[in-house]
Design a protein around this ligand. Structure first.
Ligand code: PLP
Length: 483
């Protein structure tokens, strides 16, 4: 079944009237439920314990992080951070360091003093990172005073002796929705290449660092069969790492933003992992605690961009009808980058104005007054940037191809348009201030806690602005004039 629009017409109008468009909207309650379901599905079968991390690179909105931080036991959601800035952001959102793991492509300096001494865990993603971590720990242990990333934090050192570290491995196999989301195998720079494991073990031994966890993440949008093979390869490496007690199999669980239902059954995936951990125990007599760190799977389907059609242009009978929105690559880069597919819904201005699916011969009026035939209700949706790549409906997997969408009626300037599947890797990954457009605001739909709110829900969801629209002053604030 095709994905449905997450906003009612009433809510969309209320939000657009109050904060204007484009605006990100996230359904916090739906995300909470999704996290709870995934946690209970995996925790109920994981034989030796389970920790769920949220890969905050997917969406680092403060309001969302706060909801995730406060999920009740037994969830105790942890964070996968991909830079020291994400670590800081998670801590500012109230996550203790002990619930954060840093997995960064960038070899962060002084990670022990800054973060691990406060209880955070570090995932070394290269031999250099491992070496540097060992040196940092030695320096931090030698020094009685250390700075903290959070100036307000005054925790005492909890650096274990010997220091513990997680090792990210590249198991030799990758997968992903596209080559750009594939982060495993020989064409990927992520993690220690599996053939260099002995070198990693030697470095750890030489510097008295204990590798107690092993991590692999092979890509986003990975199909379950490849994912299971990667899990097998990772466990084969863990068998050679005697101190490892935790295995993190990353994220990457497939979501099809165009569909209402998940393309994978997480109960089957979870059981597959549980069986592997049980077999590992039978063979090696070692109980492995399991970690997973999805981003997409938890948030992608519960966010959207509410936008407006600002123009409609046609390139004639042999060409296309382009529906221009006030939202595009500045908010949703994935189509331009990967040829990713997002559902698009045009909201009627009023029931009476809703046109039936266009039939050959119908005519509509474009903003310029030119007539556009009804066959052009098949639309290419584009964004407002001066960039031919600013396109929301490319061919699947091919950002350079154009794939017209059949819409039930021809959008017209002023129509509200919802781009779905924008909860993950949209706000967090957008092209920011390109063309000097300000960052779009973020609005969160709130849970309906009380019966009164429930009643209001029937009249319209409660919502709140979680991030305001950027002002031009904020766009320019770090610039310094030459004269
Ligand atoms: C190390 C790591 N873990 C987890 C994830 C989350 O992946 P996804 O959002 O596809 O679940 C990523 C994504 O790039 C990642 O790099």
């Amino acid at each position: 079944m095709a994905a449905e629009c997450m906003l009612t017409l009433r809510d969309a109008r209320a939000i657009a009237d109050a904060v204007d468009t484009p605006v990100f909207v996230y359904d916090l309650d739906a995300i909470r439920q999704r996290v709870e379901r995934l946690h209970s599905t995996v925790a109920s079968v994981a034989p030796f314990g389970f920790t769920l991390r949220y890969a905050m690179k997917a969406n680092s909105c403060l309001a969302l992080l706060q909801v995730l931080r406060d999920l009740p036991a037994p969830i105790n959601l942890h964070i996968d951070a991909s830079s020291e800035y994400e670590v800081l952001r998670a801590m500012r959102a109230g996550f203790p360091a002990s619930r954060i793991q840093l997995t960064s492509q960038f070899p962060v300096q002084n990670v022990a003093a800054k973060f691990v001494q406060q209880g955070g865990s570090y995932n070394a993603c290269s031999l250099l990172q491992l070496q540097r971590f060992a040196a940092d720990c030695a320096a931090a242990a030698a020094s009685s005073s250390y700075s903290t990333l959070q100036s307000t934090t005054s925790s005492s050192s909890i650096l274990s002796s010997p220091p513990h570290v997680c090792l990210r491995v590249n198991p030799g196999l990758g997968s992903g929705g596209t080559n750009r989301t594939n982060v495993g195998g020989p064409a990927s720079s992520f993690g220690v290449w599996h053939e260099q494991l002995d070198e990693a073990l030697r470095i750890a031994h030489q510097h008295s660092v204990k590798i107690t966890a092993c991590h692999s993440h092979i890509g986003s949008g990975t199909d379950p069969t490849t994912w299971a093979r990667a899990a097998d390869l990772t466990l084969a490496l863990v068998a050679r790492m005697p101190d490892v007690t935790t295995v993190s199999l990353g994220g990457g669980f497939k979501v099809d933003r165009m569909l209402a239902a998940d393309p994978i059954d997480m109960r089957v995936v979870a059981q597959g992992i549980a069986d592997r951990l049980q077999n590992f125990y039978t063979l090696h007599k070692r109980k492995l605690h399991l970690e997973l760190e999805p981003g997409t799977f938890l948030v992608a389907q519960h966010g959207c961009v509410l936008s407006r059609c600002v123009d409609v242009v046609s390139t004639g009978a042999q060409g296309y009808t382009f529906v221009k929105l006030d939202a595009g690559m500045n908010q949703v880069l994935r189509p331009s980058l990967y040829g990713a597919q997002h559902p698009i819904f045009v909201l009627p201005r009023g029931e009476e104005e809703r046109k039936p699916p266009a039939a050959d011969g119908d005519v509509c009026l474009s903003s310029s007054g030119a007539t556009i035939t009804a066959t052009e209700a098949s639309c290419i949706f584009v964004g407002p940037c001066c960039e031919s790549g600013d396109i929301l409906t490319p061919s699947p997997g091919d950002p350079e191809g154009l794939a017209p969408r059949q819409m039930p009626f021809m959008p017209q300037p002023g129509d509200l348009v919802v781009v779905g599947g924008c909860g993950a890797y949209c706000s967090a990954m957008a092209t920011g201030n390109y063309n000097s457009y300000p960052l779009a605001p973020e609005v969160v739909l709130l849970p309906n806690a009380s019966p009164r709110q429930q009643q209001q829900h029937e009249e319209g969801r409660m919502w709140r602005v979680a991030r305001q629209r950027q002002t031009l002053e904020q766009v320019l604030e770090n610039e310094r004039p030459l004269y």
